[in-house]
Design a binder for this molecule. Structure first.
Ligand code: NI
Length: 191
């Protein structure tokens, strides 16, 4: 396994739309080894998720895992989840203004409107179907990762550039109010 370099904002390939993965491609030992590297890279960087696009592999594969994450200590636990060809469909119009960060946007957070109730279909790394609803703050995390596969960073979705903040300023000026809102969302949805 290997820790891969993560591309940062300004890298043109972060705007590429990743390609669907075929069952044959997914079964290749090389693809499975890549998924191991994606997980190792995500964990090494303390990411809550990582998309293949961020390590410049343009296939629709991403990872999500949250377990006492030091970057996002308020996020509910999400067991390691590999999504292949994920499709997210909003279940309603309920939105949450999430303060997001990204390993490809070092040092900056900003506010993005995310759906709070989604239906997810995907394959796992073995090609087994995933078909379930994703709710609450976890829904925001999944949308962020799938956006990467469509060539989008959270910066592309920040509606008010006045919400952009360094992590230091976030902790000083915005943390408490945001975490209060996030905890209310988590309490409402259980995730
Ligand atoms: Ni990201």
């Amino acid at each position: 396994m290997a820790v891969l370099p993560i591309a940062t904002v300004g890298h043109p390939e972060l705007k590429w739309v990743a390609k669907e993965v075929t069952r044959e491609q997914l079964a290749l030992p090389e693809t499975q080894a890549f998924i191991d590297d994606l997980i190792e890279t995500m964990r090494h960087a303390n990411g809550a998720g990582l998309a293949a696009t961020q390590v410049l592999r343009h296939q629709r594969i991403c990872a999500v895992e949250v377990d006492n994450n030091p970057r996002y200590p308020y996020k509910p636990r999400v067991p390691l989840t590999i999504l292949v060809n994920p499709v997210l469909t909003p279940l309603d119009d309920d939105m949450f203004e999430n303060m997001e960060g990204c390993l490809s946007v070092p040092g900056i957070r900003g506010q993005v409107a995310r759906h709070t109730r989604l239906h997810l279909t995907a394959w796992d790394r073995e090609g087994n179907p995933i078909d379930k609803d994703i709710l609450g703050l976890t829904a925001c995390t999944f949308q962020h990762e799938v956006d990467h596969l469509d060539g989008l960073l959270f910066l592309d979705k920040v509606i008010d550039s006045g919400t952009l903040t360094t992590w230091d300023s976030f902790n000083l000026f915005h943390h408490d109010a945001f975490v209060e809102r996030a905890k209310a969302l988590i309490a409402k949805h259980g995730s």
